[in-house]
Design a protein around this ligand. Sequence first.
Ligand code: CIZ
Length: 301
Amino acid sequence: MKKDIASRIGELKELEDAVILAHSYQPPEIQDIADHVGDSLQLSRTAASTKASVIVFCGVRFMAETAHILSPEKKVLLPEPDAGCPLADSITAPELRKMQEEHPQALTVLYVNSPAEAKAESYACCTSANALQVVENVPSDEVIFAPDRNLGTFISRRTSKQVHVWDGACICHAAADLNDVRAKRRDWPDADLLVHPETPPEMWDLADAVLGTGGMIRYVRESEETRFLIGTEEGMVYKLETLFPDREFKACGSIHCVNMKKISLKKVLRCLKDLTPEVRLDPALRQRALKAVERMTEYTG
Ligand code: CIZ
Protein backbone atom coordinates (compact mmCIF):
# COMPACT_ATOMS: atom_id res chain seq x y z
CA MET A 1 0.00 0.00 0.00
CA LYS A 2 2.80 2.40 1.05
CA LYS A 3 4.78 1.53 -2.08
CA ASP A 4 1.69 2.27 -4.13
CA ILE A 5 1.30 5.72 -2.64
CA ALA A 6 5.03 6.38 -3.07
CA SER A 7 4.90 5.59 -6.79
CA ARG A 8 1.78 7.76 -7.28
CA ILE A 9 3.59 10.59 -5.50
CA GLY A 10 6.53 10.06 -7.88
CA GLU A 11 4.26 10.29 -10.96
CA LEU A 12 2.49 13.43 -9.75
CA LYS A 13 5.81 15.02 -8.83
CA GLU A 14 6.98 14.64 -12.45
CA LEU A 15 3.68 15.87 -13.83
CA GLU A 16 3.64 19.00 -11.65
CA ASP A 17 7.38 19.73 -11.90
CA ALA A 18 7.64 19.43 -8.13
CA VAL A 19 10.47 18.75 -5.71
CA ILE A 20 9.93 17.20 -2.27
CA LEU A 21 12.03 18.61 0.58
CA ALA A 22 11.97 16.86 3.96
CA HIS A 23 13.46 17.87 7.28
CA SER A 24 15.64 15.28 9.03
CA TYR A 25 13.00 15.05 11.79
CA GLN A 26 10.40 13.68 9.34
CA PRO A 27 9.14 10.07 9.63
CA PRO A 28 11.22 7.48 7.69
CA GLU A 29 8.62 6.92 4.94
CA ILE A 30 8.66 10.68 4.17
CA GLN A 31 12.46 10.85 4.17
CA ASP A 32 12.40 7.89 1.73
CA ILE A 33 10.28 9.69 -0.90
CA ALA A 34 12.01 13.07 -0.58
CA ASP A 35 14.41 14.49 -3.17
CA HIS A 36 16.38 16.22 -0.42
CA VAL A 37 16.49 15.56 3.33
CA GLY A 38 18.35 17.99 5.56
CA ASP A 39 18.30 20.78 8.10
CA SER A 40 16.48 24.05 7.60
CA LEU A 41 19.61 25.78 6.27
CA GLN A 42 20.30 23.14 3.60
CA LEU A 43 16.63 22.94 2.66
CA SER A 44 16.22 26.70 2.32
CA ARG A 45 19.31 26.79 0.06
CA THR A 46 17.81 23.98 -2.02
CA ALA A 47 14.47 25.81 -2.15
CA ALA A 48 16.26 28.89 -3.49
CA SER A 49 18.28 27.03 -6.11
CA THR A 50 15.85 24.40 -7.40
CA LYS A 51 14.48 24.77 -10.92
CA ALA A 52 11.24 23.00 -9.97
CA SER A 53 8.13 25.17 -10.00
CA VAL A 54 6.45 23.48 -7.01
CA ILE A 55 8.08 22.78 -3.63
CA VAL A 56 6.38 20.28 -1.33
CA PHE A 57 7.82 21.08 2.10
CA CYS A 58 7.62 18.16 4.52
CA GLY A 59 8.37 19.91 7.77
CA VAL A 60 6.69 22.57 9.87
CA ARG A 61 5.21 25.92 8.86
CA PHE A 62 8.18 28.23 9.52
CA MET A 63 10.30 26.08 7.18
CA ALA A 64 7.77 26.33 4.35
CA GLU A 65 7.51 30.08 5.00
CA THR A 66 11.30 30.40 4.70
CA ALA A 67 11.20 28.53 1.39
CA HIS A 68 8.53 30.96 0.16
CA ILE A 69 10.53 33.96 1.41
CA LEU A 70 13.48 32.78 -0.69
CA SER A 71 11.51 31.57 -3.72
CA PRO A 72 8.32 33.62 -4.12
CA GLU A 73 7.92 32.64 -7.77
CA LYS A 74 7.50 28.99 -6.77
CA LYS A 75 4.42 27.40 -5.29
CA VAL A 76 5.34 26.20 -1.78
CA LEU A 77 3.02 23.53 -0.38
CA LEU A 78 2.84 22.37 3.25
CA PRO A 79 1.03 18.99 3.22
CA GLU A 80 -0.42 19.57 6.71
CA PRO A 81 -1.39 23.21 7.37
CA ASP A 82 -1.55 22.54 11.13
CA ALA A 83 2.10 21.47 11.33
CA GLY A 84 3.15 24.38 13.51
CA CYS A 85 6.02 24.96 15.90
CA PRO A 86 5.47 25.99 19.55
CA LEU A 87 8.95 27.56 19.58
CA ALA A 88 8.03 29.76 16.61
CA ASP A 89 4.72 30.57 18.32
CA SER A 90 6.59 31.74 21.44
CA ILE A 91 7.42 35.07 19.79
CA THR A 92 5.31 37.74 18.12
CA ALA A 93 6.40 40.88 16.29
CA PRO A 94 4.98 43.32 18.91
CA GLU A 95 6.68 41.40 21.78
CA LEU A 96 9.98 41.46 19.92
CA ARG A 97 9.65 45.20 19.22
CA LYS A 98 9.11 45.74 22.96
CA MET A 99 12.36 43.90 23.79
CA GLN A 100 14.15 45.92 21.09
CA GLU A 101 12.92 49.15 22.75
CA GLU A 102 14.43 47.93 26.03
CA HIS A 103 17.82 47.32 24.34
CA PRO A 104 18.08 50.03 21.67
CA GLN A 105 21.79 49.35 20.96
CA ALA A 106 21.26 45.65 20.26
CA LEU A 107 20.79 44.04 16.85
CA THR A 108 18.36 41.12 16.73
CA VAL A 109 19.55 37.69 15.60
CA LEU A 110 16.54 35.46 15.10
CA TYR A 111 16.64 31.67 14.90
CA VAL A 112 14.80 30.67 11.70
CA ASN A 113 12.40 28.68 13.91
CA SER A 114 10.23 31.79 14.15
CA PRO A 115 7.27 33.39 12.34
CA ALA A 116 7.84 35.60 9.27
CA GLU A 117 6.40 38.60 11.17
CA ALA A 118 9.27 38.36 13.69
CA LYS A 119 11.85 37.81 10.93
CA ALA A 120 10.64 41.06 9.38
CA GLU A 121 11.57 42.88 12.64
CA SER A 122 15.02 41.29 12.89
CA TYR A 123 18.46 42.21 11.66
CA ALA A 124 19.63 38.72 10.70
CA CYS A 125 18.40 35.13 10.88
CA CYS A 126 20.43 32.08 11.84
CA THR A 127 20.05 28.33 12.17
CA SER A 128 21.57 26.05 14.80
CA ALA A 129 24.35 25.39 12.26
CA ASN A 130 25.48 29.00 12.00
CA ALA A 131 24.09 30.86 15.06
CA LEU A 132 27.50 31.65 16.58
CA GLN A 133 28.92 32.78 13.22
CA VAL A 134 25.97 35.14 12.65
CA VAL A 135 26.15 36.57 16.20
CA GLU A 136 29.91 37.16 15.78
CA ASN A 137 29.40 38.89 12.44
CA VAL A 138 26.51 41.29 13.06
CA PRO A 139 27.90 44.83 13.41
CA SER A 140 27.08 45.32 17.09
CA ASP A 141 28.60 44.20 20.41
CA GLU A 142 25.10 43.81 21.84
CA VAL A 143 22.64 41.26 20.47
CA ILE A 144 19.10 40.12 21.15
CA PHE A 145 18.89 36.37 20.49
CA ALA A 146 15.42 34.88 20.02
CA PRO A 147 13.34 32.80 20.39
CA ASP A 148 15.18 29.70 21.77
CA ARG A 149 16.61 30.32 25.25
CA ASN A 150 18.76 27.18 25.30
CA LEU A 151 20.42 27.93 21.96
CA GLY A 152 20.74 31.58 23.05
CA THR A 153 22.45 30.53 26.31
CA PHE A 154 24.73 28.18 24.37
CA ILE A 155 25.78 31.06 22.10
CA SER A 156 26.13 33.57 24.93
CA ARG A 157 28.70 31.26 26.59
CA ARG A 158 30.78 31.23 23.40
CA THR A 159 30.86 34.90 22.44
CA SER A 160 32.27 37.98 24.14
CA LYS A 161 29.26 39.98 22.93
CA GLN A 162 26.47 40.90 25.31
CA VAL A 163 23.51 38.64 24.47
CA HIS A 164 19.94 39.29 25.64
CA VAL A 165 18.18 35.94 25.37
CA TRP A 166 14.46 35.55 24.63
CA ASP A 167 12.67 33.10 26.94
CA GLY A 168 11.22 30.66 24.39
CA ALA A 169 11.85 26.94 23.94
CA CYS A 170 11.27 23.96 21.72
CA ILE A 171 8.96 22.09 24.05
CA CYS A 172 10.21 18.66 23.05
CA HIS A 173 13.96 19.44 23.19
CA ALA A 174 13.60 21.47 26.40
CA ALA A 175 11.79 18.55 28.07
CA ALA A 176 14.47 16.01 27.13
CA ASP A 177 14.50 13.17 29.63
CA LEU A 178 17.93 13.15 31.29
CA ASN A 179 17.24 9.84 33.03
CA ASP A 180 16.71 8.25 29.64
CA VAL A 181 20.00 9.76 28.45
CA ARG A 182 21.85 8.34 31.49
CA ALA A 183 20.22 4.91 31.04
CA LYS A 184 21.18 4.79 27.33
CA ARG A 185 24.74 5.80 28.26
CA ARG A 186 24.86 2.86 30.67
CA ASP A 187 23.64 0.52 27.88
CA TRP A 188 26.21 1.84 25.38
CA PRO A 189 29.13 3.13 27.48
CA ASP A 190 31.43 3.20 24.44
CA ALA A 191 29.10 5.42 22.35
CA ASP A 192 29.63 9.14 21.72
CA LEU A 193 26.70 11.25 22.91
CA LEU A 194 25.73 14.09 20.55
CA VAL A 195 23.08 16.52 21.77
CA HIS A 196 21.27 19.47 20.24
CA PRO A 197 21.74 22.98 21.72
CA GLU A 198 17.94 23.32 22.08
CA THR A 199 18.20 20.75 24.92
CA PRO A 200 18.81 22.05 28.48
CA PRO A 201 22.37 22.90 29.60
CA GLU A 202 22.33 19.92 32.05
CA MET A 203 22.20 17.68 28.98
CA TRP A 204 25.18 19.43 27.34
CA ASP A 205 27.21 18.55 30.45
CA LEU A 206 26.67 14.84 29.76
CA ALA A 207 27.54 15.08 26.06
CA ASP A 208 30.65 14.54 23.97
CA ALA A 209 29.48 17.29 21.60
CA VAL A 210 26.65 19.85 21.35
CA LEU A 211 25.68 20.26 17.70
CA GLY A 212 22.87 21.09 15.27
CA THR A 213 21.81 18.23 13.00
CA GLY A 214 24.22 19.26 10.22
CA GLY A 215 27.06 19.27 12.77
CA MET A 216 26.03 15.79 13.98
CA ILE A 217 26.41 14.45 10.44
CA ARG A 218 29.87 16.01 10.09
CA TYR A 219 30.87 14.68 13.52
CA VAL A 220 29.92 11.09 12.62
CA ARG A 221 31.62 11.34 9.21
CA GLU A 222 34.87 12.44 10.83
CA SER A 223 34.69 10.08 13.83
CA GLU A 224 36.20 6.63 14.14
CA GLU A 225 33.55 5.54 16.67
CA THR A 226 30.92 3.03 15.63
CA ARG A 227 28.10 3.84 18.08
CA PHE A 228 26.37 7.14 18.72
CA LEU A 229 23.62 8.29 21.07
CA ILE A 230 21.57 11.05 19.49
CA GLY A 231 19.99 13.68 21.70
CA THR A 232 17.71 15.43 19.28
CA GLU A 233 14.34 14.71 17.63
CA GLU A 234 14.29 10.96 17.04
CA GLY A 235 13.75 11.27 13.23
CA MET A 236 17.42 12.20 13.01
CA VAL A 237 18.39 8.63 13.86
CA TYR A 238 16.86 7.41 10.59
CA LYS A 239 18.68 10.11 8.62
CA LEU A 240 22.01 9.05 10.22
CA GLU A 241 21.30 5.34 9.66
CA THR A 242 20.62 6.06 6.00
CA LEU A 243 23.86 8.02 5.61
CA PHE A 244 26.06 5.68 7.67
CA PRO A 245 24.74 2.10 7.38
CA ASP A 246 27.93 0.70 8.94
CA ARG A 247 27.46 2.61 12.25
CA GLU A 248 24.88 2.22 15.03
CA PHE A 249 22.64 4.97 16.39
CA LYS A 250 20.16 5.17 19.24
CA ALA A 251 17.84 8.09 20.08
CA CYS A 252 18.04 9.31 23.67
CA GLY A 253 16.12 11.79 25.76
CA SER A 254 12.69 10.76 24.34
CA ILE A 255 12.53 13.79 22.03
CA HIS A 256 9.52 13.43 19.75
CA CYS A 257 7.96 16.32 17.77
CA VAL A 258 4.27 15.68 17.13
CA ASN A 259 4.10 18.49 14.57
CA MET A 260 6.86 16.98 12.42
CA LYS A 261 4.98 13.67 12.51
CA LYS A 262 1.76 15.23 11.18
CA ILE A 263 3.05 14.82 7.61
CA SER A 264 2.04 11.50 6.05
CA LEU A 265 2.34 9.93 2.59
CA LYS A 266 -1.43 10.34 2.09
CA LYS A 267 -1.17 14.07 2.83
CA VAL A 268 1.77 14.47 0.45
CA LEU A 269 -0.21 12.69 -2.27
CA ARG A 270 -3.29 14.82 -1.65
CA CYS A 271 -1.35 18.06 -1.73
CA LEU A 272 0.30 17.12 -5.03
CA LYS A 273 -3.14 16.27 -6.49
CA ASP A 274 -4.78 19.52 -5.33
CA LEU A 275 -1.68 21.77 -5.31
CA THR A 276 -2.82 23.05 -1.94
CA PRO A 277 -2.41 24.09 0.92
CA GLU A 278 -0.04 26.75 -0.30
CA VAL A 279 2.10 28.89 2.03
CA ARG A 280 2.19 32.50 0.88
CA LEU A 281 2.92 35.75 2.68
CA ASP A 282 1.96 39.34 2.14
CA PRO A 283 4.59 40.62 -0.39
CA ALA A 284 5.74 43.57 1.76
CA LEU A 285 6.16 41.31 4.80
CA ARG A 286 8.03 38.75 2.70
CA GLN A 287 10.40 41.45 1.43
CA ARG A 288 11.23 42.61 4.97
CA ALA A 289 11.73 39.05 6.23
CA LEU A 290 13.95 38.34 3.20
CA LYS A 291 16.46 40.98 4.32
CA ALA A 292 17.10 39.11 7.59
CA VAL A 293 17.37 35.76 5.79
CA GLU A 294 19.76 37.24 3.22
CA ARG A 295 22.02 38.65 5.94
CA MET A 296 22.40 35.11 7.32
CA THR A 297 23.68 34.01 3.90
CA GLU A 298 25.91 37.07 3.65
CA TYR A 299 27.61 36.21 6.98
CA THR A 300 27.86 32.47 6.47
CA GLY A 301 28.25 31.99 2.71
O1 CIZ B 1 17.67 24.11 11.87
C1 CIZ B 1 17.10 23.02 11.80
O2 CIZ B 1 16.87 22.44 10.77
C2 CIZ B 1 16.63 22.39 13.05
C3 CIZ B 1 15.25 22.59 13.44
C4 CIZ B 1 17.47 21.65 13.72
C5 CIZ B 1 18.88 21.47 13.34
O3 CIZ B 1 19.74 21.54 14.20
O4 CIZ B 1 19.19 21.28 12.18
